[in-house]
Write a protein that binds this ligand. Structure first.
Ligand code: CU
Length: 295
């Protein structure tokens, strides 16, 4: 029989465990842009390819006339002016109504076997490394997608000093000077985050965005607005297209079903009504094309 003291201790242990369970559960909630955030560092299940994966592809368009990019005054640093005499902002890269530099990704979803995409931490074909170059006092690329803990090599191709400054919400702030000719800096982001603004403390016009994902199902739209997500397990997903336009960026969501070996389509439109009333933009139905229709 347990003594009175032992029962008291057991009771205290039970209460403490319940409390810690409750606090860890409360972290999982919310429906913000960072739902795939979580303990990362390679945590989660490993997905093994089953040779029935499909694709999600589409085009991101602009409805109406996109805002014009403005000329940047680089006179504060003559090295910038001589290398980039005609530098412009690149918030909107729109040609023939198609948007480049939109970040399209699977935000969440359920695989055909009932598991959640966020349960997995390792996927086939995880990208191994990425580069953010400073060239002409301008970031290349302007929008970059990486997976958690992917080494990002930051290079300085300019004859001047830069000061790269990551300003994340879910990851630690990172602020590092880089003289001309200095070797590449390497930085990793351990938590998923859409998207981390990057700025240069030397040149206030320099801006880039880095999206950090737990999985490799993301893409940056090309000049023709196109993107493609490959190797997607059959399932039902919420696909989001994010664009930096607006105070904190703007996103469009769509529900997409990927059939076994299927090719699903998800097109998105920004601008016009979408910009004026981002909350009321209707959720468009994705059109899916099962493999049967492709042959
Ligand atoms: Cu700079």
């Amino acid at each position: 029989m347990l003594s009175k003291n032992a029962r008291l201790w057991l009771g205290l242990i039970a209460i403490t465990s319940l409390l810690s369970l409750a606090s860890s559960c409360s972290k999982g909630g919310g429906d913000d842009a960072n739902d795939n955030t979580g303990p990362t560092e390679g945590a989660g299940k490993t997905y093994t390819a089953k040779n029935n994966e499909g694709t999600i592809s589409g085009v991101v368009s602009y409805n109406g006339t996109a805002p014009e990019n403005k000329k940047i005054d680089t006179s504060a640093d003559s090295a910038c002016t001589s290398k980039s005499p005609d530098l412009k902002t690149d918030e909107w890269v729109v040609a023939d109504g198609k948007i480049a530099n939109a970040y399209v990704y699977i935000k969440d979803g359920t695989l055909a076997d009932g598991s959640k995409i966020g349960d997995y931490g390792k996927w086939p074909n995880m990208p191994a490394s990425a580069t953010l170059d400073q060239n002409g006092c301008h970031y290349h690329p302007h929008v970059l997608g990486v997976v958690v803990n992917e080494p990002i090599s930051i290079t300085n191709s300019d004859p001047t000093q830069h000061n790269v400054h990551f300003t994340p919400k879910n990851n630690p702030d990172w602020n590092q000077g880089q003289a001309n000719g200095a070797p590449a800096l390497v930085h990793k982001l351990a938590r998923a985050e859409v998207l981390v603004p990057v700025k240069c403390n030397q040149h206030p016009w320099m801006k880039a965005y880095i999206a950090v994902s737990k999985h490799p199902f993301f893409a940056i739209t090309e000049k023709d607005g196109s993107y493609s997500l490959k190797g997607v397990p059959p399932g039902k997903y919420t696909v989001v297209a994010w664009h930096e336009g607006g105070a904190n960026g703007t996103e469009q969501k769509m529900d997409v079903t990927v059939a076994a070996s299927g090719a699903a389509k998800a097109d998105f439109t920004f601008g016009g009504t979408a910009m004026a009333q981002p909350g009321s933009w209707p959720m468009l139905e994705a059109i899916t094309f099962p493999t049967l229709h492709n042959h």
